[in-house]
Ligand binder design. Structure first.
Ligand SMILES: O=P(O)(O)OC[C@H]1O[C@](O)(CO)[C@@H](O)[C@@H]1O
Length: 535
């Protein structure tokens, strides 16, 4: 076993893995220098066209510094009106980086990356609405969740009598998008993002920086951390990003935990980066976000166990040799973003996949649109057990349905994905299913909130290795909410998204069960009790 430790720009990577072969391939092809120089030929001929317009993230932070002055001005204008509570509407790459930044820096930023009616009703009904500014972030300007959230906030501002509500919106989008024209029409604040950077590589562009600066982050410091890291690896074919690229491509699965030394929630952001970038052409590395370093499922012969932290010495705190991860990435957040982005692009070279497209995300979106046009499919439950309706699978009780999924997940190379279309705050207890199921199987187990995961592991489920076993959880809607200007409610949209993805997954012949909670709280408790009864 090889011990390698490299440190530069305040970021270090410690690994006990023997990844010398991957490192050597990256080094001999001079991949690090070529990516930093904007070479688009590294991922095969089919990827070249997209790559040629998508490599701006390697130095976009140098240009992002121009945003800082305008951001201070807008923040001051809002503060003058007593507006300081920041809500972010956006999905995937447009919301995950701001969430890590705000969690790490402990900022008061609320991220709305959902279509769950209860979660949206709770936010728009808040007393704080009168002091709220809503950042609407969408590169394309057309993402249905983001557009629907924007409409809900617009109506909510009007209903509580916020005059000049257009100035309560800050739009972040690419030049030429529908959102840009809307900002101009209604006179909202507008920040144009760098169009040469794709969503999941956009942490250090306007997408990552606008909402967090408005919430009080020192974004200049983040930019500087990325600049220092880049300067330290330039001209060095051996660097932490090269090593991390080889680590990511080393096994079919990578598990990621915060090590507790200062960076909070980077795993959720890295999950999207890795899953959407690499999970295609039946290849890729499956990311599994762990609740903490000791969470079940961290280790296995099929996976690499990584920790992420802010400590500068590159060592996760405490414990025996057993607690030492396969790889530890430690250092400041700005450097972490750039290091993981580079490493993912390098892993794409090793796996020969295009790290800049997401070909299979569209399929579920198209199914959803068709369902919205035609109406939700009528379905009778296969069985009803207490507060849970069971659709599909072979079991007539919740315990039997879950037990069967665990049997299916014991097939070679299989993994189990739990996908919950629920309120990630009010129904958060359901997330414990991941660790409970993980304790009962040797297979990797992931957990995602729908529809958020559709912009992350959703790509891997449909485009990566076809060995997934799928548990979808939906729930009864209490108070539903019309989407203003659309002939539908959030509840209908959420149900159509779940049904659309179900069609895409079942169409691939993968094991799939939907459990519908007719009472959310009791249903969640029932699921957890049922899984705990399984041996
Ligand atoms: O910023 P947009 O265009 O709203 O897209 C949101 C997310 O949806 C995806 O395009 C596809 O899932 C992600 O890659 C992206 O980050």
């Amino acid at each position: 076993m090889t011990d390698i430790m490299e440190a530069s720009g305040g970021l270090s990577l410690t690994t006990r893995l023997d990844v010398a072969a991957g490192v050597e391939r990256l080094r001999s092809n001079d991949v690090s220098a070529k990516v930093l120089a904007g070479d688009s030929t590294l991922w095969g001929p089919e990827a070249e066209e997209e790559a040629s317009i998508r490599l701006g993230w390697t130095d976009t932070f140098d240009r992002s510094i121009d945003l800082v002055e305008k951001l201070s001005k807008v923040r001051a204008e809002l503060a003058e009106q007593g507006v300081g509570h920041v809500v972010l509407c956006g999905m995937g790459g447009s919301s995950l980086a701001p969430e890590v930044i705000s969690r790490t820096l402990d900022l008061g930023l609320t991220v709305m990356d959902t279509t769950d009616p209860g979660q949206i009703v709770a936010e728009i009904g808040e007393e704080s609405l009168r002091r709220t500014v809503v950042v609407v972030s969408s590169k394309s300007g057309s993402t249905v969740e983001t557009d629907s959230q924007r409409r809900a906030f617009e109506a909510a501002f009007a209903s509580v009598g916020v005059e000049d509500w257009s100035k309560r919106f800050v739009f972040v989008t690419d030049p030429g998008s529908r959102l840009e024209s809307l900002a101009e029409e209604q006179g909202s604040y507008l920040f144009l993002a760098d169009p040469t950077v794709g969503g999941r590589y956009s942490a250090l562009t306007a997408f990552g920086l606008v909402p967090t600066a408005l919430a009080g982050a020192d974004v200049t410091a983040l930019i500087k951390e990325a600049q220092d890291f880049r300067a330290s690896i330039e001209g060095s074919p051996d660097n932490p990003a090269v090593l991390l690229g080889a680590v990511i491509a080393h096994q079919p699965t990578i598990t990621i935990a915060d090590d507790g030394t200062g960076i909070v929630g980077l795993g959720d952001w890295a999950e999207q980066l890795i899953a959407e970038s690499l999970g295609k052409d039946s290849k890729g590395t499956l990311p599994v976000v762990l609740e903490h370093p000791a969470a079940p499922g961290a280790r296995g012969t099929d996976r690499v166990y990584t920790t992420v932290g802010g400590a500068s010495d590159g060592l996760a705190p405490g414990g025996s040799a057993l607690a030492v991860p396969d790889a530890a990435v430690n250092g400041p957040l700005g450097a972490q973003f750039l290091c993981w982005e580079l490493a993912t692009a390098f892993a794409g070279h090793l796996l020969q996949v295009d790290p800049f497209n997401q070909p299979n995300v569209t399929e579920s979106k198209e199914n959803t649109n068709r369902i919205l046009d035609e109406g939700l499919p009528e379905a009778e439950p296969t069985a009803v057990d207490g507060d849970v309706e069971i659709y599909g699978g072979q079991g007539s009780t919740v315990a039997a349905a879950l037990g069967q999924l665990l049997v299916d997940a014991s097939a070679p190379d299989a993994y189990l994905a739990v996908m919950a279309y629920l309120d990630r705050f009010d129904d958060k207890a359901v997330a414990a299913l991941r660790s409970e199921l993980s304790e009962r199987t040797g297979a990797p187990v992931t957990f995602g909130w729908g529809p958020r995961f559709l912009h992350s592991t959703g790509q891997f489920h449909k485009g990566g290795r076809q060995t997934g076993v799928f548990l979808q959880i939906t729930g009864a809607v209490g108070e539903d909410l019309e989407i203003p200007g659309k002939d539908r409610t959030f509840g209908t949209l959420q149900a159509a998204q779940a049904a659309g993805d179900a069609q895409a997954l079942k169409g691939r012949g993968r094991p799939f069960v939907r459990l519908h909670l007719t009472d959310r709280e009791r249903g969640v408790n029932q699921l957890l009790s049922a899984v705990r009864e399984l041996s």
